[in-house]
Design a binder for this molecule. Structure first.
Ligand SMILES: Nc1ncnc2c1ncn2[C@@H]1O[C@H](COP(=O)(O)OP(=O)(O)O)[C@@H](O)[C@H]1O
Ligand SMILES: [Mg+2]
Length: 275
């Protein structure tokens, strides 16, 4: 299933690849409803790196899920490249905190899984996997199994497998949260390099405000549940940036502090749960 058109003629938002138009989502549970997000309107341009931040439970993953077409808004509309999203959006690829590598397959086997499923010929698959292994810096580890890899290498393998699909948009849900600071920095550097060189559009969720500023072109700050957009900040850093040296950049420090001031008071709030 790919993106499907609904009966109503979709309206393209000029210049936007992903558009949330007044999107709300409420989950109906057996004993209560949970309003996850409310009236979210956001336009994301092709090639943009947009980071979503906000307190736990404010609906960040829900917004990624609706972009992927895994579930639909309760009200409002999500458009992808001018088309209403009403089913699985095959232009997107998803990566979460859990890398879900297959323990019985080595690095090459894990990365080539999606290509095998797609029915790609062995020769072409071999070339593509070799290219991806080079891209993510895993040369020399082709025959290693997940249990023999460090956390950072597992992430690289998962990233290469995601890129094997060649999705236009990457939906990354706290992908580096489990890594220690040094590995996380390495992965951030690699992700920025790769996303720029492949001109990917990225929707990235994180709890980490330093990471939000370091990676983003724009950061979208949400209120506590139900998540509404509190602020959208343009990140005042050049696209080519030295992630290792950011702590000495006053523009970086200022924006990080500004996001902290916005988010701190909301960390203990939860609203919108009606019994
Ligand atoms: N499939 C689901 N069924 C029921 N409730 C859900 C589902 N997905 C998310 N929720 C609820 O919606 C709210 C927002 O969840 P989520 O999008 O995961 O938040 P975040 O990613 O910002 O932490 C939470 O209260 C969560 O429990
Ligand atoms: Mg989440």
């Amino acid at each position: 299933m790919s993106i499907q058109m609904s009966g109503t003629k979709p309206k393209a938002v000029t210049g936007s690849l992903i558009s949330f138009e007044n999107v709300s989502k409420t989950f109906e549970l057996a004993d209560r409803s949970v309003a996850a997000v409310e009236n979210v309107s956001l336009n994301i341009k092709r090639g943009e790196f947009v980071v979503l931040v906000g307190p736990s439970g404010c609906g960040k993953s829900t917004l990624l899920n609706m972009t992927a077409g895994l579930f639909l808004p309760t009200s409002g509309r999500v458009f992808y490249d001018g088309t209403l999203v009403t089913g699985y959006n095959l232009k997107t690829g998803y990566m979460t905190q859990n890398d879900h590598l297959l323990p019985w397959r080595d690095v090459v086997g894990n990365i080539s899984t999606p290509l095998e499923i797609r029915g790609m010929a062995r020769g072409e698959r071999h070339d593509r996997v070799a290219h991806l292994i080079e891209l993510v810096g895993l040369v020399g580890f082709e025959k290693s199994y997940p249990s023999q890899l460090s956390g950072g290498m597992r992430k690289r393998t998962a990233l290469a497998r995601l890129l094997a699909y060649d999705p236009e948009t990457l939906l990354l849900d706290e992908p580096f949260a489990a890594l220690d600071a040094q590995l996380r920095l390495n992965m951030q550097i690699e992700l920025l390099r790769i996303s720029r060189s492949l001109n990917k559009t990225i929707l990235f969720v994180t709890h980490d405000l330093d990471e939000a500023v370091a990676l983003s072109d724009r950061a979208v700050v949400f209120t506590a549940r139900p998540g509404r957009i509190r602020q959208i900040s343009d990140t005042p850093l050049p696209r080519q940036r030295d992630l290792a040296g950011l702590r000495r950049d006053p523009a970086y420090t200022r924006m990080t502090a500004e996001l902290w001031d916005l988010i701190m008071p909301t960390l203990n709030e939860t609203r919108g749960e009606a019994s």
